[in-house]
Design a protein around this ligand. Structure first.
Ligand SMILES: Cc1cc2nc3c(=O)[nH]c(=O)nc-3n(C[C@H](O)[C@H](O)[C@H](O)COP(=O)(O)OP(=O)(O)OC[C@H]3O[C@@H](n4cnc5c(N)ncnc54)[C@H](O)[C@@H]3O)c2cc1C
Length: 415
């Protein structure tokens, strides 16, 4: 690609914004256009299910970059514009206003959208999902008139929303089809801890129940009907049943997709000149404990790190995506922080006091630390990220012992 050919980025959120920023930091001097279909300038999504709903975070505090950032870095940000088609042979992108743009490199950072519940009544008024700022504002608005809320889906977003709605005074019920919370991410011990924590804080949980229908009156939701015929009365419903990657542009252009756009550790797709990053990308992670693994991560860290890796390749200094995956979630007074990806069969070692809500669970595989889940233990989370990256082999008795200093263990590992 010649220096004069533009980088066109579709999707103006974490991955797209970080790609533009990192490309400029690394000296990429071709024009950069950052296109987003939402009407807002890039903003932070995590507070949408946390502080924005409780009222602790204002809309003004959500900006992803400060005023002047885009102009100062010669990034041509265009909001409210949807890309509708890609022609990889001609290297052009078509927008919803009919404009055609030529690109030297195209970055697909189109993220993901909410899965929708395929049951009767899912289109009633008062039924919400949550991906965008506009979705969050609609939920917040509905909450001002609601006293009973039903959250469908006991994953991270559903549980954060349940916590926030409960904090705003609503009576909240969470319906989860699996027999335990966060079954894909957590071992049973953590799921059970979290279920108790929610119940103790007033959230009702209906585990192992599917939803048969949403029942309304005068077009507005009134009940959630479960698979056993029982009904939960509610004034509003929030669905948090996962996301689907926005792969349509890539698929239409013949780019290889399978649960996301397939990429290597530098974000390169099957099509030369097209990269994909963030929630939409199903990426090879070279440095996973069992060897390289392909996965589609849905986190700020993965979006930012994937964008940095792709920018390094664009700037001719390739640094593949390779860090330890990490994620956080705020539920009630609990700060959950997750590093690495545990698997069934890992040895779990507890440090701290689960009842007191301050502990870490460390996961060892073949004697090496591969993952850690911390609750209200931010320092332990930070140390564990470094220890996991170093594949540290630590005696479980040391991990368990609250008087053994993890910082010193980490330093010893590094020396
Ligand atoms: C409520 C909520 C809470 C979250 N909390 C956390 C958290 O606590 N910690 C964490 O790590 N992660 C959290 N996440 C996940 C995190 O926000 C995502 O991993 C991250 O936003 C992914 O960034 P992205 O840039 O890949 O995609 P997205 O943020 O999904 O952005 C993609 C953008 O592309 C736009 N777009 C799509 N198609 C087109 C098109 N054809 N033309 C133009 N624009 C297009 C979309 O409108 C969107 O604005 C949360 C997500 C949500 C929704």
């Amino acid at each position: 690609m010649s220096a004069a050919e533009p980088l066109v980025i579709v999707g103006a959120s974490y991955a797209g914004t970080q790609l533009a920023a990192s490309a400029r930091e690394l000296g990429f001097d071709a024009p950069i256009m950052l296109l987003g279909e939402e009407r807002h300038a890039p903003y932070q999504r995590p507070p949408l299910s946390k502080g924005l709903l409780t009222g602790k975070t204002s809309v003004d505090a959500l900006a992803l970059r400060g005023p002047g950032f885009f102009a100062d870095n010669a990034i041509d940000l265009r909001t409210g514009r949807r890309a509708t088609a890609v022609d990889t042979a001609a290297r052009t992108l078509t927008l919803d206003d009919g404009t055609t743009l030529r690109y030297g490199c195209l970055a697909l950072a189109t993220g993901a959208r909410c899965r929708t519940l395929q049951v009767p009544g899912a289109d009633l008024a008062g039924v919400h999902d949550l991906r965008t700022l506009d979705d969050a504002l609609a939920i917040s608005d509905a909450l001002a008139r609601a006293t009973r809320a039903c959250v469908i889906g006991g994953g991270f977003i559903g549980l954060e929303v349940a916590s926030a709605l409960a904090a705003r005074g609503a009576a909240v019920t969470v319906v989860e089809s699996q027999p335990r919370l966060l079954a894909r991410s957590f071992p049973p011990l953590m799921s059970d801890y979290l279920a108790d924590a929610h119940r103790q804080r007033g959230v009702a949980l209906m585990l192992g129940h599917g939803v048969r229908a949403l029942i309304g009156e005068s077009g507005r939701v009134q009940h959630v009907e479960l698979d056993d015929g029982s009904r939960i009365g509610c004034d509003m419903v929030v669905m948090g049943i996962g996301v689907l990657p926005n792969t349509e542009l890539a698929q239409q252009a013949g780019i290889a997709c399978d649960n996301g756009i397939l990429t290597d550790a530098l974000g390169r797709t099957s099509e030369a000149g097209v990269i994909a990053i963030g929630d939409v990308a199903n990426t090879v992670l070279p440095a996973m404990p069992g060897g390289p693994a392909r996965m589609r991560l849905e986190s700020i860290q993965a979006a930012n790190d994937g964008a940095r890796a792709a920018a390094s390749a664009l700037a001719g200094q390739p640094q593949p995506f390779g860090g330890v995956p990490w994620f956080w979630s705020d539920q009630h007074d609990l700060k959950l922080q997750m590093a690495g990806l545990p698997q069934a069969g890992d040895e779990a070692v507890l440090r701290g006091d689960m009842q007191a809500g301050r502990f870490s669970l460390f996961y060892l595989r073949g004697g090496a630390l591969v993952a850690a889940h911390s609750v209200n233990r931010p320092a332990e989370h930070m140390h564990s990220r470094k220890l996991i990256a170093a594949r540290a082999r630590i005696d479980p008795r040391l991990l368990q012992d609250p008087s053994a200093d993890l910082k010193s263990i980490q330093r010893e590992t590094e020396s």
